[in-house]
Design a protein around this ligand. Structure first.
Ligand SMILES: *Cc1c(COP(=O)(O)O)cnc(C)c1O
Length: 289
């Protein structure tokens, strides 16, 4: 399942930009979407190489990572279990995850903190179980994300990407270095207080000025929105035909447009936005529109 993908770079028309491009990782797969596909590619390869057949992972009740892991496991002939943070709930994302055969274990916030301990408590005797960190954070994930850069056939002045844990950002920075590019990488943390992303990136690759963190586009915090952000999604989608999710990609595109207004980027420069997918998340946010 990880052999062939469709993720073209498309030019989009959105004034005043003359050279705005999007890497359509959202088209890779509806369920193993965007950067989650990139992250899981080498995680699954490693699990298989270690002769593990049971993925055990972690996430919040609306996690794109859970749906992606569930879908990837079922397509690869593996089983999957997830520790889901918080009380038992039902929603669209968990429905999809269970349809793909994932077993869900709801876990209170206190116990959820120590993931390694949860894994050991439940699966110490399961020699086939493989620990996959929350969001897929790992060295393997950064290798998969670096391949996004390897696929580009043109160079760009600026590349933009949204960040939750920062693993994807680390992979992109690695990729930019591997290819010897001068491109400026702009990362938009979607959580409040996103400066921790710098430490996360440094676990995998040295930080440098080639990467700029823009900390002011969280709109109140993770999965928080404002009427302005929702209004922006509506305008942008109607004009470009590209869907955005309020948690990640909308905050990134909003930042691109705002940074152009501030003069940080020029409307004629070549800008590439990575569409990291996650559109299923829209299903759980319909009340916000
Ligand atoms: C998970 C996710 C991200 C964040 O990726 P990190 O590697 O955790 O920074 C960005 N965009 C979308 C759509 C996601 O689902």
């Amino acid at each position: 399942m990880f052999e062939e993908i469709y993720s073209p770079v498309q030019k989009i028309t959105f004034a005043p930009f003359n050279n705005l491009f999007v890497k359509r990782d959202d088209l890779i797969d509806p369920y193993i979407s965007g950067n989650k596909w990139r992250k899981l590619k080498y995680i699954l390869a490693k699990a298989k190489a270690d002769h593990k057949t049971h993925l055990v992972t972690f996430g919040g009740a609306y996690s794109n990572h859970l749906v992606a892991t569930a879908a990837a496991a079922s397509r690869s002939g593996l089983t999957a279990t997830a520790f889901v943070r918080g009380e038992e709930v039902k929603n669209e994302m968990l429905l999809l995850s269970s349809l793909f055969g994932m077993k869900l274990i709801f876990t209170n916030r206190e116990s959820y903190r120590d993931k390694q301990q949860l894994f050991e408590q439940h699966f110490a005797n399961d020699t086939l179980a493989y620990f996959v960190d929350e969001g897929g954070a790992s060295e393997e994930a950064t290798i998969g994300c670096a391949e996004i850069i390897g696929e580009l056939t043109e160079t760009y002045d600026h590349i933009f990407c949204a960040a939750g844990t920062g693993t994807t950002a680390a992979g992109l920075l690695k990729g930019i270095r591997q290819q010897g590019l001068n491109t400026q990488l702009h990362i938009i943390p979607v959580l409040k207080g996103g400066s921790f992303i710098k430490d996360e990136i440094e676990k995998y690759t040295p930080f440098s000025d080639q990467l700029k963190l823009h900390l002011d586009y969280h709109f109140g915090g993770y999965a928080k929105t404002t009427p302005e952000l929702i209004g922006f999604i509506k305008t942008f989608t109607a004009q470009t035909g590209l869907l955005l999710d309020p948690v990640y990609t909308a905050k990134m595109f909003y930042a691109i447009i705002d940074l152009q207004k501030q003069g940080v980027i020029n409307k004629d420069e070549k800008v590439l936005a990575i569409h990291t997918g996650g559109l299923m998340g829209l299903l759980g946010m319909k009340d916000k529109f």
